[in-house]
Structures are given as C-alpha cells and as structure tokens.
Design a protein. Structure first.
Length: 314
C-alpha cells in the first residue's frame, strides 16, 4: 500500500515540473480515477487545468447533474460541461459489434475533446489511466479502457499521474484529497457507459430501459448494504440483452426485453467473483425491474466469474 500523503506531495511536484506554465486539459467522467487526477493536477496548476465533462448521453440516471454539482460546486474545478449526446447516438446508430461500438465512441470522444482542447489552447493532456488499464490494453483483451485514449492523435503532451496505482490505492489518495464518498465509493463505470450495457444495437428506448433497470440494481444493492445484508460489491449493474422473451402481464401475453443483473467482487478488476447475494435482495431487484420498467418481461442473474467472462458484457 502507498502512503497517500507522500504520493500526493510527490505527484503534485512532478505535475508542476511536467506541465510548467502551460495550459492543461483533462476529460472527467465523475469516476474516481479521472476526478482524482483532476484534483491532483488542479492542486499543482490551479485553473490552468480545464476539466472537460463530455456527456455522451450514456451516463447513468441523474449522473450528469451529479458530476457537475460535485466537480464544479464542491471540488471547485474549472469545469466545462459539453452535452454531445445527439452526436454520439447518431454515430453508433445500427452498430452491433461491441469492439466497433467502442471504437466509434472512442473516436467520437476524441473528436469532441479535440475541438474543446483547441478552443482552450491546451498543450498538455492529463489522463486518469491506472495500472490495470495499461496492462489490459497491452494484452489486447479489450480496447479503449479509457475513453479519451489514443492521446497521440491529439498532439498534446500526455501526463498520467495515476498510472502506477491500483484502484484501492486511487481510492486512498482520493479520500486523502477530500473527495466525497459519492465519488470515492462510486463503482467503476466503463468509459462508453450504458452503450456497452445494451448488448447489440443501441437505441434511445433501450438506453432508457437499461438506465432505469441499472438505477434499481444500484439502489437495492445500496439499501441491502446499509441493512447489513451484504458487503458493498465491486460492481452491481444491469445489462439489456439483445433478445426478447415471452411473459404474461395481467391476463395477456407479453413479449418483452430481458435484463441481466451482474454483481461482482474484485480487487482490481483483473479477476472477479460472483458473491452469494441474498435471495431476498435478488427478488426485490427482479420485482422492481419487472414492475417499474416498461417492456421488461424477464430478469436473469449472471453467475459467471472473470475469467471466463469479463465483467462487462461488451
Ligand atoms: P472487463 O469487462 O474488461 O472490465 O472485465 C474490467 C473493469 O473495467 C471497467 N471497464 C472500463 N473502464 N473504460 C473504463 O474506464 C472502459 O472502456 C471500460 N470497459 C470496462 C469495467 O467496468 C470493469 O470494472
């Protein structure tokens, strides 16, 4: 384990040296990695760091508002909120291949981000890349572990203050820096967001379904943790599968969507296990999803550890 105080002191000094008197830019998502990198850098160079929140429209329920409130109002970052949701949705229209989807979202992200970087006259790009991102990208398991990757294309100098840290260490540093629990304890969320939690083609209708289902999973798990029924898992989320199944609502046959619930334990996301979630909690999740989310007829629980599965479905 690292000593957070020592780490912060050294990282801030290093950032000052690396950035000098130039202007820097960072893409923030409200996740613990990018927020920690932004706060560290803000300590080093103040408002010469512009934090850009590109809202691709694939965020969780209430998330854009929460990100702006915490990063701008509570942490005092120099934040730019860019709503690019229409652009992103249009770009992945009709795309079903997962890697293709990630590639397009990544490219679109760079395009939007590049526009802002130019407008801001930034010369340095700060990234919240952490150790497992580097390792998995090098192994070619999954591309784009950090949306906003491919920094070479931007022609900016890249600075990665967290690249030697694992998630638990980042959380320690984040706590030390005074980041609120909402950010520190936030479950990891993929850069391409809910777009990779809709298996196959993404439509506004499907996004809405997975957004609502996911909010229910997170709320019920959080409630169960507070009630002492289970430990807080590494991740708990909903995925909308690319198939429909027969159901019955009232007296009528219904043909609706299938939602998978994924709850995993992990230390660093390199491997993951599925914990024994109390039946009562799973039942509540199923009950709320099928009654509150229109057009869902079935809820499945994913039992597969990583490996052989990955944590996300795409
Ligand atoms: P997988 O699905 O590869 O996920 O087992 C490992 C961990 O990484 C998260 N993840 C991402 N994080 N950008 C990110 O910043 C991404 O594109 C991305 N894809 C997956 C995933 O949620 C899990 O915690």
């Amino acid at each position: 384990m690292i000593d957070p105080e020592e780490f912060v002191e050294e990282a801030v000094e290093k950032l000052k040296r690396e950035i000098g008197d130039r202007k820097a830019i960072i893409a923030v998502s409200g996740g613990v990695d990018s927020t920690t990198a932004a706060v560290l850098t803000h300590r080093a160079i103040g408002d010469r760091l512009v934090s850009v929140f590109v809202d691709h429209g694939f965020m969780r329920k209430g998330e854009p508002e929460r990100v702006v409130r915490i990063l701008r109002d509570e942490l005092g970052l120099n934040l730019r909120h860019v709503d690019a949701s229409d652009e992103f949705l249009e770009a992945i229209k009709g795309v079903t291949d997962p890697e293709e989807k990630r590639r397009i979202i990544g490219e679109k992200f760079i395009e939007v981000f590049e526009r802002i970087a130019e407008e801001e006259g930034a010369e340095v790009l700060v990234q919240g890349t952490i150790a497992p991102d580097v390792i998995e990208s090098e192994r070619g398991i999954k591309s784009h572990h950090n949306v906003g990757g491919l920094p070479e294309e931007l022609g900016l100098d890249v600075v990665e203050p967290l690249k030697d840290l694992y998630k638990d260490e980042v959380r320690e540093v984040a706590r030390y820096l005074g980041l609120p629990d909402e950010i520190v304890e936030r479950m990891p969320f993929p850069g391409p967001g809910l777009a990779v939690r809709v298996v196959g083609e993404v439509t506004p209708e499907k996004l809405e379904i997975v957004r609502e289902a996911n909010a229910i999973v997170e709320e019920e798990v959080e409630k169960a943790v507070k009630e002492g029924l289970m430990e807080r898992p590494w991740q708990a989320f909903a995925v909308l599968l690319d198939c429909k199944a027969t159901g019955v609502k009232g007296d009528e046959r219904d043909y609706g969507w299938v939602v998978a619930v994924r709850i995993v334990e992990s230390i660093d996301a390199m491997i993951a296990d599925v914990p024994e979630v109390p039946w009562e909690v799973l039942k509540r999740i199923q009950d709320r999803i099928t009654s509150e989310v229109p057009d869902v007829t079935r809820v499945l629980f994913d039992l597969t550890p990583k490996p052989p599965a990955t944590i996300e479905f795409e």
